[in-house]
Write a protein that binds this ligand. Structure first.
Ligand SMILES: NC(=O)c1ccc[n+]([C@@H]2O[C@H](COP(=O)([O-])OP(=O)(O)OC[C@H]3O[C@@H](n4cnc5c(N)ncnc54)[C@H](O)[C@@H]3O)[C@@H](O)[C@H]2O)c1
Length: 379
């Protein structure tokens, strides 16, 4: 059996999850660890009996591991991943892959030039495999509408848990970069690429000490011609995760309680283009027959292989990567477009203009824009 040795860069939070993965995966073993927190790194080293490093450059140049996982804060992802590739070390990057579309371009260009494998954890779509399979089967017909409503709460204790959180320079934004990048990934995996962010509203409604957004409402046009809505908040009491994909011949509804799909009795197009309804005297035009829906649970499908194992095997056996950087770039395009659209008050077509976004990002980091709304409930 192949044994692939992995090095961890950034040890405090999600690295513990990766350690459990390593322990549960026969093909994987821990090779080395790295953190600027020397106490943390040395205690991992002692517990796991592997070498430790303070400087990520030393780890990526070492012979202690065959690939590395980057789980340091977001703002370091691009530099660390590029350093790993330059050193010839395959690398898988936690989400978000990086902060800006320009950084994503740099990662992709470095991968092409060095020929070293780079993967990402933009893999939230794997939880939607049943719905994705249904969309790809064509049974919904042309997709006409996509709506995503996703709400949760994070208190100030979350933002205070690390000095990099809640700041433009280090977190790249707020809800969109940290939590909702998963859902942007789910959305585009289900409905294809977003073509235009038509309007966007960002706000900070519940976190007075932070710079970044905790709410966003955006309308989207997709490349497949459908229209969509993406609404999220990180300050409200009622948790909700719900999406709807509405096609010409069928629909999918997924929420915390159910995953179901409905087949239309006849295509919606036939209803929409019906020139004349049979109208009885005194009845309204609403009497025109509409397609009924028959609902069923989404059929179960085989789940894809877990991301870290997939990447390790793709390194060992030279197989394709589950979520390459081009795939993650698509999510970063949408996230950056939402921010650009809000602050420049205009629709944004994708791909995002790199220079325009970098200019805005410099302004955001310099504190030139404020997202705080008067929030009477915080008084
Ligand atoms: N896929 C997921 O569901 C998921 C979940 C949690 C976190 N993440 C991602 O993982 C990353 C880390 O998140 P976290 O919650 O573990 O953060 P954290 O703040 O808990 O841990 C980050 C660690 O990185 C270390 N670090 C900082 N600078 C470093 C450097 N230059 N070199 C080496 N180590 C350095 C810190 O000392 C700390 O130990 C983030 O990008 C986050 O988005 C992904």
């Amino acid at each position: 059996m192949v044994k692939v040795r992995v090095g961890f860069i950034g040890l405090f939070g999600i690295a513990n999850h990766h350690l459990r993965e390593v322990k549960a995966t026969p093909e994987l073993e821990l090779g080395a660890v790295c953190d600027i927190n020397e106490t943390l790194a040395s205690s991992w080293s002692e517990d796991q009996q592997v070498p430790w490093y303070r400087n990520y450059q030393d780890l990526v140049e070492s012979k202690d591991c065959d690939f590395v996982i980057v789980s340091a804060p977001h703002y370091l992802h691009c530099d660390i991943a590029c350093a790993a590739m330059e050193a010839g070390k395959p690398v898988i990057i936690q989400k978000p892959m990086c902060l800006t579309v320009a950084e994503a371009d740099r990662i992709i260009a470095t991968a092409k030039r060095t020929g070293v494998k780079v993967g990402t954890y933009h893999t939230a779509h794997t939880s939607e495999w049943d719905a994705i399979t249904m969309v790809r089967s064509g049974q919904l017909g042309h997709i006409m509408r996509f709506s995503f409503d996703i709400h949760a709460a994070r208190g100030m204790s979350y933002y205070n848990s690390g000095p990099w959180r809640g700041k433009w320079a280090t977190e790249g934004s707020g809800a969109l970069s940290n939590q909702r990048i998963h859902d942007i990934n789910r959305m585009q995996s289900l409905n294809g690429a977003v073509a235009e962010v038509v309007s966007c509203t960002l706000a900070n409604m519940g976190h007075p000490g932070t710079e970044v957004e905790d709410a966003c409402a955006a309308t989207l046009r997709f490349e497949n011609g459908s229209f969509g809505l993406f609404h999220t908040s990180l300050y409200t009491a009622l948790p909700l995760s719900r999406y709807e994909i509405v096609g010409n011949e069928g629909c999918i509804v997924v929420n915390d309680q159910e995953r179901k799909w409905g087949k239309l009795a006849f295509p919606m197009r036939d209803y929409l283009l019906q020139p004349k309804a049979a109208r009885k005297p005194g009845a309204t035009l609403e009497d025109a027959p509409r397609p009924g829906l028959t609902w069923e649970p989404l059929p179960a499908v085989e789940q894809p292989m877990e991301t870290t194992r997939w990447f390790a095997l793709s390194v060992a056996e030279d197989k394709p990567i589950q979520a390459p950087p081009e795939f993650a770039l698509r999510d970063i395009e949408v996230w950056n477009a939402m921010i650009l659209s809000h602050f420049r008050n205009k629709p944004v077509k994708l791909p995002v203009d790199r220079g325009e976004y970098d200019e805005l990002f410099e302004e955001l980091k310099a504190g030139k824009h404020d997202l705080h709304w008067p929030a009477p409930w915080l008084a």
